[in-house]
Write a protein that binds this ligand. Sequence first.
Ligand SMILES: Nc1ncnc2c1ncn2[C@@H]1O[C@H](COP(=O)(O)OP(=O)(O)OP(=O)(O)O)[C@@H](O)[C@H]1O
Ligand SMILES: [Mg+2]
Length: 365
Amino acid sequence: MLSKEFSPVSVHDCKALDLLATSVFMLDQNGCICWVNNAGQNLLERSARSLQGLAARHLFEESDVFAHAFDAILNEHFSSLGLLAGIQKTPGQNPEKLLVNVTLQRLSYTPWSVILELREIEQHTLAERNERLIKELEIYQETFRNLGHEVKNPLGGLRGAAQLLEMELGDPSLREYTQVIIAEADRLQELVDRLIRPGQGNLNLSLINIHEICERVWALLKAEYRDDITLVRDYDASVPEMKADMAKLLQAYLNIARNAAQSLMGSKIRDKPCITLRTRILNRHLLLNKIHRLVVVVSVIDNGAGVPEQLHDRIFHPLVTGRPDGTGLGLSLAQDFVRQHGGLIEFDSVPGRTEFRMLLPLENR
Ligand SMILES: Nc1ncnc2c1ncn2[C@@H]1O[C@H](COP(=O)(O)OP(=O)(O)OP(=O)(O)O)[C@@H](O)[C@H]1O
Ligand SMILES: [Mg+2]
């Protein structure tokens, strides 16, 4: 941000701002652009002349949010203000969207009322990584789904043939072998069914309180792990009700919580095993390249050994597991269910603290 002492009195004084990489705009008391530096023109791919006189709010996707911020500055509620916003780079049929950090600062004793700074948000952010992950997941799921359908039919035939064979067998001791075939076919069938299921079916939406889900998971963990794990509830009571598919979100949260419990039970740790179920609300949060006014964060935090380093990049892929008896479908299914709600599951993990969080946008729900 430019220093508060910065107080140009003429366009000539502003010339030094042309050397900056940050986009700088001088606005009059109506919020119209009077002057723009070179970086600003480059960012918007528009000339100074075409920008002069334009109301700055028209640059922004949420022009009312900018207008409110501008009023707050002008009416001296704040001397400077920062926000995250989306701008339309080139007007027309295919406008390119850009995410920027916006800073507004009131000016005194200058021909202009407010200085506006825009800084493009780094492209290699978490948001971009997440978007790549989602695309990867969609490809994986499609592949596995197709494979599942291919395996399903011959598997049914195999099981049926084993049953017929069993009926023809004179020696009952040989049935042990057909039973192995039938049991293994059933196990594979179950796996295939789980692979095919994600992504299918519409959301069964109703108005829910996210804490109902947390409480159900808490009760299930309590019943399963009794005194082995300390369970902490840390809820933000201000989280509003939301429209969601209760069963799918419950399944997603349970899969995450079970993983935490399994990790705690499977590794030796110094402290008493502990799981915290936490809810929070975020204002104006960037999620999958879109700014959401309200995002609910529902986390499971454990003090276990952490996610093995080699799994970090592909933990949400189907069939990726770090447990000998794991199928590696829990997180991929959970991610799929949360994605269907327009949200995302993220995680951070170091030995002693692992947090998996479901981020769920609230608007339009
Ligand atoms: N909280 C956690 N702490 C440490 N490792 C974790 C945690 N959560 C997940 N993992 C790792 O991620 C792997 C993948 O989890 P996922 O739920 O997808 O499959 P799974 O638990 O192995 O099998 P499934 O859930 O299908 O029975 C786990 O095997 C485990 O190694
Ligand atoms: Mg699991």
